[in-house]
Design a protein around this ligand. Structure first.
Ligand SMILES: Cc1cc2nc3c(=O)[nH]c(=O)nc-3n(C[C@H](O)[C@H](O)[C@H](O)COP(=O)(O)O)c2cc1C
Length: 282
């Protein structure tokens, strides 16, 4: 399965088979987790695979939604643990979404979750005070029959995404991207694949402004601080964006610009990061 097929296939799965992974599968998953690398220097994200189906600990992680009222029965989850420092959420979003896509390509169902029993997991993982569990990723084999949890995606219209023109601009914030898209097939693909990023409550808070050989990423948020949860969504978007750039043949570098807010960026929008590419977009 190529990258674009994988991105289109990934959805949040909320109902799982009871089935555990066999040893071979588990080993593959552990290898993928171990191969995850921070994108920002100085970060120390750790990803811990947790069995949620052992008889003694069944569903104690309390994976769920609707504030925990409805449980998600995934047999495993991966907890993302990090210190809080500048860039930690973007880093975590990026790294885990790349992981989610690799798991999807292996036929494993996932769901990003902010709903879990933090106290229980902290104890299980014996975490030091300076460490936080940012989120967990539920995983297992998808249950294919009918169920309430399984129908939440359709009920919540979680398949709905912003159109590219609603979050992407050329040069000026608010300008129409259409003429640029018409002459740049690669950007159409990159934006289309980026639009499919999962985000908390499907809020899609990320915006992008293209230059001729770069792109600046913003979030719309009241907070905007480095601890703003929307920065996790930004990291997820960045993973889709970055991987799609590679797929389209661009070499990409992340940069933080000093004058990033120049160019008529309205209030309530916050700069996240920039991508620069080794040639003009085409
Ligand atoms: C950071 C983050 C936290 C999330 N937390 C939850 C959660 O607690 N419960 C849940 O059911 N879904 C959760 N989701 C899944 C989103 O609701 C889902 O990604 C979004 O609605 C888009 O749907 P899709 O992933 O099926 O495309 C979370 C997603 C993200 C990115």
């Amino acid at each position: 399965m190529n990258l674009y097929e994988t991105i289109k296939k990934r959805i949040s799965v909320r109902k799982y088979k009871e089935e555990s992974f066999d040893d071979d599968r588990k080993e593959k998953i552990i290898k993928i987790i171990e191969s995850c690398k921070d994108i920002y220097e100085g970060q120390n994200l750790t990803l811990k695979l947790i069995e949620n189906n052992a008889p003694s600990a069944k569903n104690k992680v309390s994976l769920g939604f609707a504030g925990g009222l409805v449980k998600i029965n995934a047999p495993y989850c991966i907890a993302a643990v990090s210190e809080e420092k500048e860039g930690f959420l973007e880093n975590a979003g990026f790294v885990q979404e790349e992981l989610v896509l690799k798991l999807t390509a292996l036929g494993i169902a996932t769901c990003w979750l902010g709903t879990f029993n933090d106290r229980y997991l902290r104890q299980e993982l014996n975490l030091k005070e300076n460490k936080r569990i940012l989120n967990v990723i539920a995983l297992g084999y998808a249950y294919e029959g009918k169920s309430f949890a399984g129908s939440v995606r359709a009920i919540a219209r979680a398949d709905k995404r912003k159109y590219v023109e609603e979050f992407a601009y050329y040069k000026e914030f608010g300008s129409s991207i259409k003429p640029f898209l018409n002459n740049h097939k690669s950007i159409e693909n990159i934006c289309g694949m980026s639009s499919l990023y999962p985000s908390s409550n499907n809020g899609q808070p990320v915006y992008v402004i293209f230059g001729d050989n770069n792109a600046r990423i913003f979030i719309k948020s009241r907070d905007g601080s480095y601890r703003d949860p929307k920065r996790l969504d930004a990291g997820i978007f960045m993973a889709h964006f970055y991987l799609s750039c590679l797929e389209e043949g661009f070499n990409v570098k992340f940069t933080k610009e000093a004058h990033s807010m120049a160019g008529g960026i309205p209030g309530g929008f916050h700069y996240v990061n920039s991508f620069s590419v080794d040639k003009e977009w085409n």
